[in-house]
Design a protein around this ligand. Structure first.
Ligand SMILES: [Mn+2]
Length: 426
C-alpha cells in the first residue's frame, strides 16, 4: 500500500497550529531544542520483519488481519511506518523466513521506500523442514559435530543473503543451553560455541560486524550458553574487533542494572547493537517504554554520555544496529511499532536534555540529591513537541498513530491482503 502524495501534508495542516504553539513553548523552555531536533532526525531504528504480524504465546495466537504475506509486503509495511514517522528507515530480516527470490527486485523495492537493510538474523533455535540435523540439544554448542557444522553453514548462508541485499551485520542469537543440571559440560559447550562463532566470523566481509546477543533464560531453563553480557563480551573479545555485544532489553534477569551494563560495554568499545522492548517479568516483548520509561531514559543517558569513537552510537558510518525486537499479541503490530519508536525517540531527546556539566560537578561533590534532580528534570520535561518537530521537518506525520487510524490504514491492508493472512515469524 502506497500513501498518496500530500496525504500526510493535508493531514498535518489541521494539527499544525496546535503543534506550532507547543513547539514555541518548548523552544522557550529548552535552550538546545534546535540541536536536539537535528540529532533526532539522524536517528533511525530498524524494524524486524517478524514484528509486522501478530505474535503469540504457546497458548495461542490471535491474528488481527491484513498481515504481510510476503517479504515484499513486509517491506511495504515498514515503508508505511517510515513514511509516517521518518525514523524507521531500515528493516532487519530473518533467515529462513525472509529469503528473497530476487535480490535486485527486493533492493529496488526497499530503496523506493527509503529503507536500508539492517542486521540479518540467523535461526538455529528451531528446526526447518527437510533439515538433516536437529537443534533440540543446541546448535553451536552441540556435542554432535554434524549439528555444529550445519549451524555454521546456516550462519554463513545468512551472511551471503545479507551481502546481496547490502546489509553489513549479522546478529547471532543462540537458544543453546541446558534444562537440567548435569546435562551439559559448560566448558565444552562454551568452547564448541566459540569454535563455531570463529568459523562464522571468518566468513564476514571486511566491512561487516557480528553481534553476539545474550539471553538469561528461555527456551532453556537451567543454563544458557550465551547467558549474560559477560559471556557475550567474552565471545566478542576472543573473536576480534568486528565482534560486538548486542543488548536486548528483555534478556536480563529481573532488576538487572542495564544502564550500567551499557556504560561498561561502551567503555570497552564492545557495544554494537540494541534490541528495544519492555517487560514486567522476563522476555515479555512489550512495547518499548510501556512499563519502565525511566529505565529507558537512563539507558539513553549512558548511550549519549558514553564514548565509542570507532563505533559511534547514533548515526553515520559504523553506527550501532538499533532495532525493535518485540511481539504484539493484542495490539495492531503497526500501531505498536509506532508507539515503540515514539518512546525511544522521547527517551533519546530527554537524554540529550541532561545538563552534563552540572551533573559532573554534582557527582564530584557527592551531591546526591542534585544528581537526581538533574536527571529527573530532563526526564520530566515534555519532549513530545521536539519529536514531532523532527518528524514534521522530515516530511512525516505530526501524529503517526492518529494518522494510521484516521486514514483507516489497517482497513486498507485487510481489504488488500485479506483478514486471515498470517505473517511468518513466531
Ligand atoms: Mn533480540
Amino acid at each position: 500500500m502506497q500513501l498518496q502524495t500530500n496525504q500526510i501534508d493535508q493531514y498535518n495542516e489541521d494539527l499544525l497550529k496546535r503543534h506550532q504553539a507547543k513547539w514555541a513553548f518548548a523552544t522557550s523552555e529548552i535552550e538546545n531544542a534546535e540541536d536536539i531536533v537535528k540529532q533526532l532526525a539522524q536517528f533511525q531504528i530498524a524494524i524486524p520483519s517478524w514484528a509486522l504480524g501478530t505474535g503469540g504465546t504457546r497458548f495461542g495466537r490471535f491474528s488481527g488481519g491484513g498481515e504481510p504475506r510476503t517479504l515484499e509486503e513486509k517491506i511495504e509495511d515498514v515503508g508505511l511506518l517510515h513514511a509516517l514517522n521518518r525514523a524507521s528507515g531500515a528493516i532487519s530480516l530473518h533467515i529462513p523466513w525472509d529469503i528473497p527470490s530476487n535480490y535486485q527486485a527486493i533492493r529496488t523495492l526497499a530503496a523506493q521506500h527509503g529503507l536500508r537493510f539492517d542486521a540479518v538474523n540467523s535461526n538455529t533455535f528451531q528446526d526447518q523442514p527437510n533439515q538433516a540435523e536437529t537443534y533440540k540439544f543446541g546448535s553451536l554448542q552441540n556435542v554432535n559435530k554434524a549439528v555444529r557444522q550445519q549451524a555454521i553453514a546456516h550462519n554463513i548462508e545468512v551472511i551471503r543473503h545479507g551481502v546481496e541485499l547490502g546489509s553489513q551485520s549479522l546478529t547471532v542469537w543462540l537458544s543453546d543451553g541446558s534444562c537440567f543440571p548435569g546435562q551439559l559440560n559448560f566448558r565444552k559447550a562454551f568452547e564448541n560455541t566459540l569454535d563455531g562463532l570463529r568459523e562464522i566470523y571468518a566468513a564476514l566481509p571486511a566491512d561487516w560486524k557480528m553481534f553476539v546477543e545474550y539471553k538469561a533464560f528461555e527456551p532453556n531453563f537451567y543454563s544458557t550458553t550465551v547467558g549474560d553480557w559477560g559471556q557475550s563480551y567474552l565471545y566478542a573479545s576472543k573473536l576480534g574487533e568486528k565482534a560486538y555485544t548486542l543488548v536486548d532489553l528483555g534478556h536480563h534477569l529481573p532488576n538487572a542494572n542495564i544502564e550500567q551494563i551499557v556504560s561498561l560495554l561502551l567503555m570497552e568499545e564492545k557495544l554494537g547493537g540494541f534490541h528495544f522492548n519492555d517487560s514486567k517479568y522476563g522476555d515479555d516483548d512489550l512495547t518499548a517504554g510501556s512499563i519502565k520509561p525511566y529505565q529507558l531514559f537512563l539507558i539513553f543517558n549512558e548511550l549519549v554520555s558514553g564514548n565509542q569513537p570507532n563505533n559511534p552510537p547514533f548515526g553515520g558510518e559504523g553506527a550501532f544496529g538499533w532495532m525493535i525486537d518485540a511481539s504484539h499479541n493484542v495490539k495492531d503490530p503497526l500501531e505498536d511499532l509506532l508507539q515503540s519508536v515514539e518512546a525511544i525517540m522521547m527517551a533519546y531527546a530527554q537524554a540529550l536534555l541532561i545538563d552534563r556539566k552540572a551533573l559532573e560537578i554534582a557527582q564530584n561533590e557527592n551531591d546526591v540529591a542534585l544528581c537526581q534532580e538533574i536527571l529527573q528534570h530532563a526526564f520530566r520535561t515534555d519532549v513530545r513537541p521536539l519529536v514531532a518537530e523532527a518528524r514534521l521537518r522530515a516530511g512525516g506525520a505530526l501524529n503517526p498513530l492518529a494518522f494510521f487510524r484516521n486514514q483507516k490504514m489497517r482497513e486498507s491492508l485487510i481489504a488488500e491482503r485479506g483478514r486471515l493472512t498470517v505473517a511468518t515469524g513466531l
